[in-house]
Design a protein around this ligand. Structure first.
Ligand SMILES: Nc1ncnc2c1ncn2[C@@H]1O[C@H](COP(=O)(O)OP(=O)(O)OP(=O)(O)O)[C@@H](O)[C@H]1O
Ligand SMILES: [Mg+2]
Length: 527
């Protein structure tokens, strides 16, 4: 025990030292202080048997956060929660667990193979307080590892490797998965600003709740497992540890839902890359460097994101009907708006994007999946989606009976029902997206039971079937008009009847187009 007298002497000595330091800081010019510090360190190193290694929070480029620093923090969290006196607390994993790490200016000891080492945490104040256009720089933290020089080999060769390995394992266990999106480059400045903003990833989708054929689902899961366990395999074949998926299909067929299911299945983060806000290829590369491993990088609606193919520069359509049709179509409208927006701001090119996917830079980090989604797979440049870049092409299509059964189980907790037969028949005859099927299966009120929901779906399927029939007649008529215009051979009546879908009377009945109207247009003659 330290007696009261010694305590008093000790505290006055500390006060004296602190005063001396304040005087030193205040009255000695900066250059002189640096000079004195440098030589005093040289002098002490001559007699000091201890070696120090510093791990800074920011390294190299000052905007890049050091991975070693955060890994060491994770490693020390388990040690310091037992030994340090001042701790910092963080809540992780959806507020379910508390992680303690040592506070600034704390010190803990660690023993490895009988060797004792000391870890100290500290921070550096920003160098300048000058008024700046950019947000103020904040302190940068660092850890200092101290050990006796006789243990240099074991510490540098084995202990540090052990710390990084353990730290990574602890970080994976504690980590909160995130959904990132790229910040516009105007907001990239400043000491601690990041290129990616993030929120906690909490999408509930899983492969179990995903409506698609079981065989297809199992194949995708198998592929994902093979990839996530393939570190050595990729190293052996000399390929970067990454895999590209192209998800294509009509709207509402589950492309975005599948991405969420993939992330939940593999326990990966998601980087949702909004290409239209990326100004050029160099910005794209910088964003790539900032992504971490164990992540899925997503570019949704790739066909709308940029004018990548050069083919999409709209040719003036001479067919006015076609153009009007496109205006009505919500996908075309969405695509047109995105194209307009991207043309004005982004200069990312196809080659820039190809480099992003499989250039030399794409190998940094490892264990990354890149997913593109599109409604129009045929419109993409073949270079972009060739195997090797997009290794797996997955079509998400309209709802089949097998997919419906998954939805019925999810939404109504039904494995079977007498109405299933009718639904199976209708699903074979008409196209409806899983999103629409799901919508019909959701009860509108508490009074609605399973049967009401299934009947509601049957009604919707019948309506969709009828609509499709009318549309096909309409299309047939338009086609006939075109053929007649081109060579004057076939009449629209011939074409429609040839298709065996509808009689001339039915055409009239359905109000698709009356024979008078057709006559007026000079397309067919009566009789
Ligand atoms: N295969 C599916 N399994 C389960 N739910 C689905 C499926 N497809 C769609 N859904 C439901 O429909 C909604 C819309 O689906 P999602 O956003 O995944 O479609 P998408 O294919 O990404 O459409 P878009 O092309 O418009 O982006 C989802 O919230 C989900 O509830
Ligand atoms: Mg989507």
């Amino acid at each position: 025990m330290i007696s009261g007298e010694i305590w008093t002497q000790l505290s006055s000595a500390i006060t004296g030292l602190m005063l001396a330091w304040v005087m030193f800081e205040r009255y000695f010019p900066y250059q002189l202080r640096v000079y004195l510090e440098k030589y005093s360190q040289k002098l002490t190193s001559l007699v000091n048997p201890y070696i120090q290694i510093t791990f800074h929070e920011f390294t190299g480029e000052r905007f890049k956060r050091s991975e070693a620093f955060s890994t060491i923090r994770s490693y020390l969290s388990s040690n310091s929660s037992k030994n340090a006196k001042r701790l910092k607390a963080d809540v992780v994993n959806k507020s379910q667990s508390l992680v303690l790490s040592m506070d600034d200016y704390e010190e803990v000891t660690d023993v490895f193979n009988g060797v004792k080492v000391w870890w100290a945490s500290s921070k550096k104040a920003p160098k300048t307080q000058a008024i700046s256009f950019y947000p103020a720089a904040e302190e940068s933290r660092f850890y200092k590892l101290t050990f006796h020089k006789s243990h240099r080999e074991i510490v540098t060769e084995k202990y540090i490797e052990h710390v990084l390995k353990e730290g990574k394992a602890i970080a994976v266990k504690n980590r909160q998965r995130c959904l990132y999106t790229n910040n516009p480059s105007e907001n990239w400045y400043g000491w601690k600003s990041t290129k990616w903003g993030h929120v906690v990833f909490e999408h509930p989708a899983t492969f179990d709740s995903l409506a698609m054929e079981t065989k297809k689902k199992e194949a995708i899961k198998k592929d994902l497992i093979k990839f996530s366990k393939g570190k050595d395999y990729y190293a052996k074949i000399g390929k970067a540890w990454k895999r590209g998926y192209l998800l294509y299909g009509p709207p509402g067929t589950g492309k975005s839902t599948m991405i969420a299911a993939m992330a939940n299945f593999l326990d990966y983060d998601v980087y949702d890359l909004e290409l239209t806000t990326v100004k050029d290829n160099s910005e794209l590369r910088k964003l790539l460097i900032e992504t971490t491993g164990k992540s899925i990088i997503v570019i949704e609606d790739i066909d709308c994101s940029l004018d990548l193919t050069g083919q999409r520069k709209k040719k003036e359509k001479d067919d006015k009907d076609d153009e009007a049709d496109k205006e009505k179509d919500p996908i075309s409208k969405k695509k047109k708006e995105a194209e307009e927006e991207s043309k004005s701001s982004s200069k990312v090119t196809l080659s820039g994007l190809l480099n992003f996917i499989d250039g030399i830079w794409s190998a940094c980090g490892g264990e990354r999946i890149i997913v593109f989604t599109t409604n129009y797979v045929d419109k993409l440049d073949p270079a972009l989606i060739r195997r090797g870049r997009m290794d797996k092409h997955i079509e998400l299509s309209y709802c089949c009976f097998e997919a419906f059964k998954v939805l019925a189980k999810n939404y109504l907790e039904l494995e079977s029902h007498e109405l299933f037969g009718k639904i199976e028949e209708l699903l074979g005859e008409t196209k409806m997206s899983p999103a629409d099927v799901a919508e019909n299966l959701m009860p509108n009120s508490d009074e609605e039971d399973e049967e009401t929901c299934l009947k509601c779906l049957i009604e919707a399927l019948e309506a969709s079937k009828e609509e499709a029939r009318k549309k096909s007649v309409e299309e047939a008529m338009l086609k006939a008009k075109k053929i007649e215009k081109e060579n004057g051979e076939a009449s629209s009546k011939d074409v429609v009847q040839e298709k065996g879908e509808i009689s001339a009377d039915e055409v009239k009945e359905n109000g698709v187009t009356s024979s008078e109207e057709v006559k007026e247009n000079g397309v067919i003659t009566e009789g």
